[in-house]
Design a protein around this ligand. Structure first.
Ligand code: 7PJ
Length: 278
């Protein structure tokens, strides 16, 4: 399994970590633009030193019930940070965005991947993503961040999510995006109950069997709070446990806030997984 980037191929025989870099106003102290960009760059640098293969830069909070961000605001948050990281660090920057203008500008500044929690369903997103030519992660969400946790229902969560992702894959391929540029993600916590999330985590192998790299984002999510009773800042152990299970079940990329610890956790999971086929 591999992903084709414009200037390199990323092998995925060893699972890797995508470090989360939120550039929403509440994520860095508001000490002016230079300080904000500098703080984000230092955080990215730390994650690269800790072993992150990707830095996922996002300027729109997709927490349940979060406010909608304008295109201009998102561009202003994301672009200076993408520009700084691409200039200073040797890492693949992924754009956690659904906004076509952010995709176009971000790739122009050097970003190497699009990571869209709306799987390019926003108007114009498919054509811009196809045009800019970088790999794309398609994530499943039921509903919108504003409504997604209002009683989500599935006939069968694994089959329903797989079907949706394959439909999105078909649309992207019809727009000219090669298979080697697509990554899929069941979207933990996006329009799912705890039971749905647990089933998806247990059945990650079903997504791996579709033949695309699989990304899993579970770090600090509320499903872990529901299981452990812990607040968001106290979910490291739970996050590592979930990351290890995802990799043990075949996930290729784990999206995480705590990069160093996650790198170690998934090394253990990957080693056990490998011993199975040896
Ligand atoms: C995910 C994401 C995820 C992908 C967020 C949070 C919410 N992108 N962006 N997968 N989650 N691909 O980190 O709690 O699970 S934002």
């Amino acid at each position: 399994m591999q992903i084709e980037f414009p200037h390199k191929t990323l092998g995925l025989s060893d699972p890797c970590v995508m470090g989360v870099l939120n550039v929403t106003p509440d994520s860095f102290s508001d000490g002016g633009r230079f300080n904000r960009v500098d703080a984000a760059l230092r955080q990215a640098e730390k994650m690269v030193e800790e072993g992150a293969a990707f830095i996922d830069v996002g300027g729109e909070s997709t927490r349940p019930g979060a406010a909608v961000v304008s295109e201009l605001e998102e561009l202003n948050r994301v672009c200076p940070v993408v520009e700084a990281i691409c200039r200073e660090l040797d890492v693949i920057v992924s754009l956690d965005t659904s906004t076509p203008a952010v995709m176009r500008e971000g790739v122009g500044l050097g970003a190497g991947m699009i990571n869209d929690v709306r799987a390019l369903e926003r108007e114009g997103a498919v054509s811009v993503a196809a045009e800019v030519g970088v790999p794309i992660c398609l994530m499943h969400m039921r509903g919108t961040p504003q409504t997604m946790q209002d009683d989500p229902r599935y006939v069968d969560p694994v089959e329903d999510v797989k079907k949706y992702l394959l439909e999105r894959v078909d649309e992207l391929r019809a727009a000219g995006v090669p298979k080697e540029k697509l990554v899929i993600d069941p979207g933990f916590g996006f329009g799912k109950t705890l039971e749905h999330n647990l089933r998806l985590l247990d059945r990650i192998a079903d997504f791996v069997a579709l033949g695309f790299p699989v990304l899993a984002g579970i770090s600090r999510k509320s499903m872990l709070g529901a299981i452990t009773g812990r607040e968001v800042g106290e979910r490291l152990s739970a996050s590592l446990s979930a990351a290890a299970l995802a990799v043990y079940n075949g996930a290729h990329i784990v999206r995480a806030h705590d990069v160093a610890a996650t790198v170690d956790a998934i090394k253990v999971a990957a080693a056990v997984r490998r011993s199975r086929s040896e």
